[in-house]
Design a binder for this molecule. Structure first.
Ligand code: ADP
Ligand code: MG
Length: 709
């Protein structure tokens, strides 16, 4: 990197160390409120970026306004009167010689009413409603002006900032004006106090706008700024900042990975007779992709540092066997394994599969979940703490305080999109034995494209099982309206008559568990009446673990024909003989979730079908979602479309965990930047490691210091 590093010269003049209280109008009370917006320093003010813009730089003649427009108009009050209708309101007619406009206020005080008297000059900004012939504004922002000498209109587009109670737009605009002044008049390369942490070569290679210029532009875009481009976040100034923000996020995760290399973990190397026996004992042979991933894991765990590997694989690609293979590597070396699944139902199923696979090899598998009770519970806890329980399967209850592993060597997390980085790190630390951390293997069935994965999961090494077991046929998917429910019931009858099995999934928009279960109960009753010859089971979230287990085993063993269920069966459930799936009200679910559900069938060699039994009329978006599902069986493609429709945060689960919340970047829109972000991160870590922390702090704040333990 050229020149001495400004990072080493961290004086109080640097805006990242200058408290926001140096700005006029920021006393202790305002400072406290600003904290809610994560604003503590002048730099934080500069990086509190507008969420959108309004154009108040020109006046629109009232004769030219159209409903839907946001405009500034200026004129005189012609008439003001209070109407006593269903709601009391103040109506003010204003005109400017080209036309007139009605303002409507439902909340107003005597002072406002007095000010808006006939003949008063007024300028207002708001959205035009009503009709072109009779335009209106409801509660516009307005100021009373002198029509002889009106104040100048705004010179720049008006930024609208994310605000919080007690900190209004005007305050934020005032603060950003002051903060921008610290950046200096001219937006040149190096300004007082705001350090550009990106290497000059990188800025040149990426043709990035200079940082101060970009900040000036996004906070105060000139009147001729391209509004549409700005609204889409695609202006070069915004892209410059988005690049830096993505880089900061990426670096924060890369640092987690870098720190992992400084931690120690048990190395599992050498011969693996248990693994060989296991693989040769399977009823099938591993696919090439499974073999490759098993080898990748094998190389990781042979090192003396904790593995952090993500296995992505479409639903049905066979991730569970790969997990079992990894478990055997730890067991062979005399270490314990914890396998954790997000739901009890899925955990139980893993418990069953692992039992079937490992017990012939004389490897004890124990069960522990939140609902375990009494003797079973204490025995499991004892086996785990004494080390006789080689493999413990369960829910997150496995990581509660009362659970003590004797020698934990590997943690496997299934369906990881529900766990965040924080939780993964906490697990790793919780599982330490002496100075050693366990290896970690996480498995996800919401596969995402490589570039995105490199960013979102930059703390993990990724493997992809990009091949389905042989003989699988894509699930045939049709969408059918509720009015044809009888036909669908007939198709279930026919399928089951030929020895096939079916799922009937009831969904409800209500979050309430109780309502979900009631709906499923009712559906099960109705189906039992229509299909008296079938053996029907019902599973939902409120059944006791043992009941669920019994039902699932019965379904798996083929003693039930039809399983009515809530979305508890969404993840992981594996009954290869089931070949028909009915999903009620699919329009209420996200695409990735529907793909997961559908993935419960198509696991055997038989042609399977999925019926999306929707409630008409469908919204445009719902129609589009169902079409994607009918047209594609590819989890990568479906995840991408889901992210386009619902946003990456929803699909990746980062919204719930609070991760990857961006000020300005957008993972999908800015996907083209990601490859450059990745290589920039490598450069920066190597050439200017001192720049990494301040860059992360600038964008993610103090709160997010992953792995700073
Ligand atoms: P997922 O990746 O969705 O978790 P599973 O691990 O549940 O998939 O595997 C789906 C089904 O495919 C299971 O019945 C499993 O036994 C079977 N399976 C896994 N690998 C193979 C293979 N190589 N050949 C044939 N069947 C396989
Ligand atoms: Mg699975």
């Amino acid at each position: 990197m050229a020149g001495p590093s400004p990072a080493l010269n961290n004086t109080a003049d640097n805006l990242d160390a200058l408290p926001v209280t140096v700005l006029k109008g920021v006393g202790p009370r305002v400072a406290e409120r600003l904290l809610r917006l994560h604003i503590q320093t002048v730099q934080d003010v500069l990086f509190h970026l507008p969420a959108r813009y309004e154009d108040r730089t020109r006046l629109t003649p009232m004769g030219a306004v159209r409903p839907g427009q946001q405009v500034v108009v200026e004129g005189e009050v012609e008439l003001a009167e209070v109407r006593f209708g269903r709601r009391r309101s103040l109506l003010v007619r204003i005109s400017d010689g080209t036309g007139s406009l009605t303002l409507r206020f439902f909340h107003f005080n005597a002072g406002q009413q007095a000010g808006l008297a006939r003949g008063a000059g007024i300028r207002c900004y708001g959205e035009v409603r009503g009709t072109a012939a009779a335009p209106e504004m409801i509660h516009p922002e307005y100021t009373l002006i002198s029509t002889d000498a009106p104040p100048p209109v705004e010179e720049t587009l008006t930024p609208v900032y994310p605000a919080t109670e007690g900190v209004h737009q005007l305050t934020l605009r005032n603060l950003t004006t002051q903060a921008l002044a610290y950046l200096g008049e001219q937006a040149d390369e190096r300004t007082d106090g705001l350090i550009d942490w990106l290497p000059a070569e990188l800025i040149a290679a990426q043709r990035l706008t200079s940082l101060p210029a970009a900040l000036h532009y996004v906070h105060r875009p000139p009147p001729n700024a391209p509004l549409e481009q700005l609204a889409a976040g695609r202006h070069p100034s915004q892209q410059r900042l988005a690049f830096e923000e993505l880089l900061a996020h990426h670096l924060s995760l890369r640092r987690v990975r870098q720190r992992a290399r400084q931690l120690s973990a048990p190395a599992f190397s050498g011969e693996l007779p248990l693994l060989d026996d296991f693989i040769s004992g399977l009823a099938f042979s591993l696919t090439g992709a499974q073999q490759r991933v098993v080898n990748e894991i094998r190389q990781d765990v042979a090192l003396r540092h904790p593995m952090a590997r993500l296995v992505q694989g479409d639903v049905g690609s066979g991730k569970t066997v790969v997990a079992a293979a990894a478990a055997l590597m730890a067991v062979q070396a005399g270490y314990q394994v914890a396998l954790m699944a997000p739901t009890e139902l899925l955990a139980e199923q893993h418990f069953r599969s692992f039992g079937e696979w490992l017990e012939p090899l004389r490897i004890p598998v124990v069960w522990h979940a939140g609902k375990s009770m009494g003797k079973a519970r204490s025995q499991a806890l004892q086996a785990i703490s004494e080390g006789t329980g080689a493999v413990a399967v369960g829910t997150h209850a496995l990581f509660q305080d009362e659970v003590e592993f004797q020698r934990l060597g590997l943690v496997i997390i299934d369906e990881q999109h529900r766990f965040g980085v924080h939780q993964r790190l906490a697990l790793r630390d919780k599982g330490r034995t002496g100075g050693q951390r366990p290896h970690q293997l996480v498995m996800t069935a919401t596969p995402i494209p490589r570039t995105l994965a490199m960013t979102v999961y930059a703390d993990l090494d990724t493997s992809v099982i990009d091949e389905l077991p042989p003989g699988r046929q894509p699930v045939k998917t049709v969408a059918i309206g509720q009015e044809r429910r009888e036909e669908v019931i007939e198709s279930v009858r026919k399928a089951c008559a030929t020895g096939q099995q079916a799922y009937w999934v009831c969904t409800l928009i209500e979050e309430s568990d109780v309502l979900q279960c009631q709906a499923a109960e009712k559906t099960a009753e109705l189906l039992a009446t229509s299909l008296p010859e079938l053996r029907i089971g019902l599973v939902h979230g409120r059944l006791a673990a043992a009941q669920k287990e019994t039902l699932m085993s019965a379904f798996k063993a083929g003693t039930l024909d039809l399983l009515v269920a809530t979305t508890v069966i969404e993840v992981g459930v594996d009954v290869p003989n089931a070949s028909l799936m009915i999903i009620e009200n699919p329009e209420r679910l996200g695409l990735a979730q529907l793909h997961q559900l559908r993935g419960r069938v198509g696991r055997g060699s038989r042609q399977s079908s999925c019926v999306l039994l929707y409630q008409p009329p469908l919204s445009e978006q719902a129609r589009e979602r169902l079409a994607v599902l009918r047209e594609s069986n590819d989890g990568f493609e479906i995840a991408r479309r889901d992210m386009e429709l619902r946003g990456p945060g929803e699909v990746l689960g980062t919204r719930q965990t609070g991760e990857m919340q961006f000020h300005i970047a957008d993972l999908l829109r800015d996907e083209a930047l990601l490859a450059a972000v990745e290589s920039a991160a490598g450069q920066l870590m190597e050439l200017a490691p001192g720049h990494v922390s301040p860059l992360i702090r600038r964008w993610l704040g103090e709160a997010v210091n992953y792995g700073e333990v």
